[in-house]
Design a protein around this ligand. Structure first.
Ligand SMILES: [Zn+2]
Length: 63
């Protein structure tokens, strides 16, 4: 089962969720009720924490 990442537009909370590809995507942040975006983390994801802050530019947002 793939892991999907969602980022909340409002509080910037990032959620990792195990979902079937056929499952309904999450739309609402449980913390603040804000809108969630599905995020695809590509191979640059591992640069997190190593001093690079360009990761966000290389992520693709799905609506
Ligand atoms: Zn939120």
């Amino acid at each position: 089962m793939p892991i999907y990442e969602y980022e909340c537009e409002k509080c910037k909370e990032v959620l990792e969720v195990l979902q079937n590809p056929n499952d309904e995507p999450l739309k609402k942040c449980e913390k603040c009720g804000g809108e969630l975006h599905k995020v695809i983390a590509n191979s640059t994801f591992h640069l997190y924490g190593s001093g690079f802050y360009t990761t966000d530019n290389k992520r693709k947002y799905l609506k």
